[in-house]
Design a protein around this ligand. Sequence first.
Ligand code: GCV
Length: 630
Amino acid sequence: MFGSRNLVESESGSVFLLGTLSEVHKIAPVLKLPRLARDGYWLRAAKIRGYDSFVIAGANDRGALYGVFALLSKIAREQEVSHIDDVEQPYAPLRWINQWDNLDGSIERGYGGRSIFFAGGTVRDDLTRAGQYARLLASLGINGCTINNVNADPRVFRSDFISQIKRIADIFRPWGVRISIAADLSAPKALGDLDTFDPLDPKVAEWWKKKVDEIYREIPDFGGFTVKADSEGQPGPSTYGRTQADAANVFARALKPHGGVVFYRAFVYNHHLDWRNLKNDRAKAAYDNFHPLDGQFDDNVIIQIKNGPIDFQVREPASPLFAGLHHTNEAIELQITQEYTGQQRQLCFLVPMWKEALDFDMRIDNQQTPVKALVAGRVFHRPTGGFAGVANVGMDPSWLGNSLAMANLYGFGRLAWNPDLSAKSIIEEWTRLTFGDDPQVVHTIDDMQLHSWHIYENYTGPLGAGTLTNITGNHYDPAPESAERNGWGQWIRADHEGIGMDRTIATGTGFIGQYPPAVQKIYEPLSSCPDKLLLFFHHVPYTYVLHCGKTVIQYFYDSHYEGAEQAAGLAEQWKTLQGHVDEARFSEISAMLEYQAREAIVWRDTICNWIYQLCGIADQKGRVGMQARQ
Ligand code: GCV
């Protein structure tokens, strides 16, 4: 009716002026436009050509789309928009999702059903769900998605497979989400094209260049590669005595002319470590491997660093590598799929945990240098950087396996857009969007979600001991001994006298020395090391008295009993929502929480009995070891 595709009237009569800043300017030159960073947007209520209108202006098309989602979200949450004047900019340029999908349709550490991308070795015929996923990701401001497992199958590089991936890219494109591929460094050899994959061999560089050119012919907005090398059996540059930088750069140089990037994972470690050597420490691996290479990576390489130095445990300190790269782009890798935190069969809202990592101040040169600013490239003025979230959604109607787990994917997207948001505001948004605005529902679900991580930590891994789970098996059941005396390096070092990894500079593995001096001063002395991370950094007797006044052993008993009670409490809290939440979701979550309460008891008893067998010290409250005391 207005003779412009940018000016539209909705069925309800509202008028929207929608487009990029320059399109908006052409139609409404009187509006004073804000400055917007890439992907940013402006929402403004204004009179246009005599009509009360909403202006949705993006720095680019993607920004305009994000603006639409933001306005819809506000309306859905019944926020007042009649005088809106909001400018929103993303905190970091790269906000990517990783899917660990295998070509056969299974998903590594996926708990939400089969792959939405692959089945039986090919791309699915019906990509409806993939299209919905792209829309979902766009609504959160996600602008990239790696579609296959980082334990990568080289067959994705076959020409016939690239044309299949093109179908996914075509579906993602309208939503501004660039597709990328997890790449196996050995692909030139594994596919039988060359007899080597040495990244410094010109033949290999030429192979990657041609392959990347071929991909861009099919997918002009291709995002790039995510790479796992020299890790857990994946081939890597060490085969040829080359460095991780040599490997990253061979990809980067092929991608550079097309504007693609490489997320190169810092998760490089030896999983055959000698556990008898008390100086060995898996936690040191990422820094030891990448810090010496700082400055040797091309400017379209981003080092993707897991939030903690081990592997997505229920509690870890922030990886020191975030502070160890001053001339290299970084991204933080967060795990949305709950591998070590209940596998979507238990409630564990991870945003509070991620906030602790993002807000952690590395005190580089005694300046305020939180991890979030480092990964966004703000501290060392890097050209790019950002966030990678391992989502692993599947065909399950709830995407992740239960109706409350999506809060984690939502939370990841919101933090990637703005890590200054509080966990409380994020969960409040999510709950209102998902369950409506009944105050009792919102209050109850928010409260449950916000406490769920600490509850899970209480009965699975208190005091920084790590998730005391079956690390050689399912990463789910309680099995603390499985972590000890093997090459994986997730040792707890629990014996008859004491517990914890000595990572001090003075007597331990020296891991603490990887942090800037101001952080070393917090973790090295027992007197300042926070209780919540004590056993990550120190080996102490069970009788050691914590800052909170309890002994380590009593804290273990208390936290497990408290955690089990709290888990039961979650099920009770949920019950109060009967009649306030639709019956289907009410019963689904009731069943899950009742199961969780039972599992928490299994965890409590297994861990308490294990530690009592080791130390022989009974619980002061008489719950563990009574027979021994009598
Ligand atoms: C994709 C952990 C998981 C693996 C995963 C690996 C990684 O070890 O258990 O399944 O592999 O991390 O992040 O590469």
